[in-house]
Design a binder for this molecule. Structure first.
Ligand code: UTP
Length: 296
């Protein structure tokens, strides 16, 4: 089986839940502690062995391209002031020449359509998809867990986690043959099921390993939930064609940074995880609890 070395980062959405900020700032550039969301996604991909990074962008996302470019004036200034630590911090923003590619999605027609836009760059091999607004804190990076599991199973694989029943209508939901163990064989998938119709409480999270046949399924451009071309539907077509789809119950903690409350939670959690911020943040939070302000 061919190794997974390409990852698609769909970043062409409008990010309306963060308006007005996202009128001019791409959601993926918004900062979790001191790094933009996209940096966490790229680091996770690198840790999983990804060497080719495909961005599906749209109008107004040029800040993303600049972020991965050289910054000669900034570097010269840091160099002349001997700020080597800050120069080192820029290291992870550099990409090997030719390792990063951008394609445009001209209209936000849905996640499935965004992935389809990258089809020529993907070619005929399995590929990963990472949604940068799902940030996953994990000892072993989530995509690495998936690549390892996928090398055993083949087929398509989605990251999955249990969500409360009353939230299933916000996710793609899996219908699984057996809900034991860390890898579930998927019988069906439904995007944003109406409350009460969900086949399980196993939600699809923004990490995928897909076979190129999913791109063929997307050729038909079927409108799904919310009138969008859904990636979930194209993966469900794989099952209908008799091909394997698996759900990996990854180890780690997922933050929905596409929502305001998820972003705030992630900021606290990642702040507490940082040696240089932990003590200060802990004091602030315990003072806040002690003050009774939270009970108001
Ligand atoms: P979301 O459902 O979070 O949509 O997309 P959004 O536009 O980013 O944000 P809201 O809901 O308006 O606040 C999930 C992922 O799919 C990408 C987004 O960029 C995000 O990474 N996406 C979505 C596209 O690239 N194109 C689309 O047409 C839709």
């Amino acid at each position: 089986m061919k190794r997974v070395t390409k990852a698609v980062f769909p970043v062409a959405g409008l990010g309306t839940r963060f308006l007005p900020a996202t009128k001019s700032i791409p959601k993926e550039i918004m900062t979790l502690v001191d790094r933009p969301l996209i940096q966490y996604a790229i680091d996770e991909a690198r840790a999983a062995g990804i060497t080719e990074f495909i961005f599906v962008t749209s109008r107004g996302k040029s800040a993303l391209e600049d972020y991965f470019d050289m910054a000669p004036e900034l570097e010269a200034s840091l160099q002349s002031k001997g700020k080597t630590e800050l120069l080192d911090a820029l290291g992870s923003t550099y990409m090997d020449s030719g390792a990063i590619a951008y394609v445009r999605q001209h209209k936000p027609l849905g996640l499935g359509h965004a992935v389809w836009c990258a089809r020529r760059l993907i070619g005929d091999e399995p590929f990963a998809v990472i949604l940068p607004d799902d940030v996953i804190a994990a000892e072993r990076p989530c995509l690495k867990q998936m690549v390892e599991a996928h090398s055993e199973t083949g087929g398509c694989m989605v990251a999955t986690m249990e969500v409360p029943k009353d939230q299933t209508s916000s996710y793609g939901i899996l219908d699984v043959a057996q809900n034991g163990g860390s890898i579930a064989h998927v019988k069906g998938m439904v995007e944003k099921p109406a409350p009460g119709t969900e086949p399980s409480n196993l939600a699809v999270i923004g990490r995928y390993i897909l076979t190129p046949s999913v791109l063929d399924n997307l050729n038909s451009m079927k409108n799904g939930a919310g009138g969008e071309i859904q990636l979930t539907d194209a993966i469900a077509d794989e099952i209908a064609s008799g091909r394997d789809v698996f759900g990996l119950k990854f180890e780690g903690r997922r933050f929905d940074c596409g929502s305001k409350s998820g972003f705030l939670r992630a900021t606290v959690a990642f702040g507490l995880d940082r040696a240089d911020l932990k003590e200060d943040l802990k004091h602030y939070l315990s003072d806040l609890v002690a003050s009774g302000e939270l009970d108001a």
